[in-house]
Design a protein around this ligand. Sequence first.
Ligand SMILES: O=C([C@H](O)CO)[C@H](O)[C@H](O)COP(=O)(O)O
Length: 213
Amino acid sequence: MKLQLALDLVNIPEAKELVKEVEEHVDIVEIGTPIINKEGHRAVKEVKEAFPNMTVLADVKVMDAGAYEVMNASQAGADIVTILGATDDITIKGAVEEAKKHGTQILVDMINVPNLEQRAKEIDALGVDYICVHTGYDGQAAGQNPFEQLKVIKNVVKNAKTAIAGGIKLDTLPQVVDAEPDLVIVGGGITGAEDKKAAAAEMQKLIKEKVLA
Ligand SMILES: O=C([C@H](O)CO)[C@H](O)[C@H](O)COP(=O)(O)O
């Protein structure tokens, strides 16, 4: 089980500072959709150049032009690229084929997919690397969370790794970890903490304890 730090509401220098602070406690760094929308793939490129040994995920949330978008993100230095589960299979297949050319991985974000169980089964047959349940910021503000959705995909996903994102904090991490996803994605739970390094370290500890149990 791995821990991914999501960097969303920061600029590029702040993103680099944050990675420097917590890098020993996280496995993957996500360059979040808000940064990429604001700064472009320069954000992915600069973080990867600054931390060449860190796995970097570009959260581009691709809905169309799967191959082209994966090519751009991969060329910027992304190791993992996100595609939306709500899109069609053609886009996801194009993304998977292109990713293979670059040695990049595909994480499918199931945000706002209504028929989660059925769609997860379909996407699991397309050769993607991760299937991720996700409650976005707006859903979180409306009181939603992704915890039950994780159980749904854990039951039906047989090939891909499973991931979870959306408002996970130190106090909710134990119930997430108990459901045994392969990847836990945390943004505000680390970046919003007063002591970010301590928060990441505590989360890493909880995950490691579960893996070793
Ligand atoms: O993907 C995300 C969101 O849609 C903004 O782009 C976040 O990275 C993801 O939700 C994790 O962040 P937190 O919810 O703050 O943990």
